[in-house]
Design a protein around this ligand. Structure first.
Ligand code: NMX
Ligand code: MLT
Length: 442
């Protein structure tokens, strides 16, 4: 295939950016940007500033910006396929990778490129079929991704012995593009294999990524727009979150994109991270079930929230490691639901939660952020449109998250980011520094 506008643009952007990183690493490497406390060393490195990405930035008050744009600005700027309410995912990926909003023609090139790479090898489906049927859908997705590692362009080029460090990004980009092209088919296959008695729907070469995903899932419009919105909203949340960081960390060993993405997917599968969307819906359904499928009153809901907290459990979909306000991804989904499913009882429960839960969590006094995150609203929209198997929801998150983590991986290789290897210390050392009132400079 001839070089696409996306790859040509990316190459130019990489060449323009490299001197900035090189200068910082060479001339300003000793400039202090943060310090680390004992609380941070024990407490998950919260807020330690030691990762770099230009693809997105998470402000604790404002929420995410993709390439400098807020969610509403991003959605307003990007091209759409004819008749669609939501932007094209292909256009969004072009934007994430380059920082440029593509023209409809440039986005169409990405559509064609992904379609040309979309065929999933038969052995992947054999591998999936060989796994126990009760395997979690995230296990199936992760296994499918890592099973394709044998096809990595980067691994082949690296082991060929002639690949120069400055060129690492190129085969990484090729791997990322192939993986992204195949992911909707793999995800839809997992869904239909697990929940639709092994009946599969072929993709339509005329459709875009979101449109084809909805088709292969077997869910009619406007689910194509739901898919586009969902994938874009879940794509990137800077690089310190577990899925992005795991992808980045594994990639820093020059493990290829297949290994690195599988690591990210495995991290996303945790209940404190992406699995919280499944947990939220299970929690909300549990409440409604106990009330004979009626929406609770505020007083009833308050009691359910306290019961969960008093049992030592977390309220899924609430709290965040960085955010200190309502997640704008929650707001975007809430606006969509308000427009398209205002009378859905589960959506009413989501809104009642939004009124009641922050007060309860504040009174509970533990969480630094009592506001909803992305996972407190997403499952309700899926449920409304008929995707009711909620242990599948994190697979949807993973397909979207792949856009962000793979864009980051390409840039990691382009900018020559080093093997990640922070330093550990012992409890004795911490106790010694605690007694001294801080670690004295060496
Ligand atoms: N319900 C109950 N307790 C909470 C909640 C919550 N939603 N959020 C935080 N806490 C507790 C937390 O467990 C911790 O308790 P302890 O001191 O006993 O360990 C305390 O409040 C302080 O935690 P924070 O510093 O506010 O939060 P942290 O940065 O450690 O964790 C989350 C962030 C997201 C893991 C946490 O808020 C949480 O467990 N939320 C529920 C699960 C969830 O929605 N996860 C999805 C996040 C978004 N995503 O997709 O990844
Ligand atoms: C995410 O989208 O990755 C989550 O909100 C978690 C995070 O940013 O830490």
């Amino acid at each position: 295939m001839a070089e696409t506008t996306l790859k040509r643009t990316l190459k130019a952007k990489i060449e323009a950016h490299r001197p900035r990183t090189q200068r910082l690493a060479k001339e300003f490497d000793k400039v202090v940007i943060d310090e680390v406390t004992i609380g941070q060393a024990i407490g998950g490195a919260r807020d330690v500033k030691c990762l770099v990405t230009d693809i997105s930035y998470l402000d604790p008050q404002e929420g995410i910006r993709f390439r400098g744009k807020t969610i509403p600005e991003t959605f307003a700027a990007l091209p759409r396929v004819k008749g669609a309410e939501q932007p094209q995912v292909e256009a969004f990926f072009y934007f994430l990778l380059t920082g440029d909003v593509p023209t409809p023609e440039q986005a169409a090139e990405v559509v064609a490129d992904w379609q040309a790479r979309a065929a999933v090898p038969g052995y992947v489906f054999d591998v999936l079929r060989a796994l126990p049927r009760d395997s979690h859908p995230m296990t199936l997705l992760s296994t499918a991704v890592v099973s394709m590692q044998r096809e990595s362009t980067f691994a082949r080029a690296y082991h060929g012995g002639t690949l120069k460090k400055n060129d690492y990004w190129d085969p990484t980009y090729e791997d990322a593009m192939t993986l992204l092209a195949r992911l909707p088919r793999i995800a839809a296959h997992v869904y239909r294999m697990k929940y639709k008695q092994d009946t599969f729907i072929e993709p339509d070469p005329k459709l875009d990524w979101g449109g084809n995903f909805a088709r292969m899932m077997g869910v009619p419009p406007p689910y194509d727009d739901v898919a586009r919105m969902y994938f874009i909203l879940h794509s990137d949340h800077e690089v310190g979150n577990v899925s992005a960081h795991a992808t980045h960390l594994v990639g820093s060993a020059l493990s290829d994109a297949y290994y690195a993405l599988a690591a990210g997917i495995n991290g996303l599968a945790g209940p404190l991270h992406g699995l919280a969307n499944q947990e939220f819906l299970a929690w909300a359904q549990g409440v409604m079930k106990k009330l004979d499928h009626k929406v609770p009153t505020a007083a009833e809901l308050e009691k359910f929230l306290w019961d969960t907290l008093n049992a030592g459990q977390v309220i899924p979909g609430y709290g965040h490691a960085v955010l200190r306000k309502t997640d704008p991804r929650f707001t975007a989904q809430n606006e969509f639901a308000r427009k398209h499913l205002p009378d859905d009882p589960l959506f009413q429960l989501v809104n009642l939660m939004y009124q009641v839960a922050p007060g309860v969590l504040t009174k509970h006094g533990k969480t630094k952020n009592p506001w909803p995150n992305v996972d407190a609203g997403s499952g309700v929209i899926q449920w409304h449109y008929g995707v009711r198997e909620y242990d599948f929801y994190t697979v949807l998150f993973a397909v979207g998250r792949a856009l962000g983590v793979l864009a980051n991986l390409v840039w990691d290789r382009a900018l020559g980011y080093a093997l990640e290897r922070p330093k550990s210390v012992t409890t004795d050392m911490l106790e010694g520094w605690a007694a001294e009132g801080g670690r004295k400079p060496a």
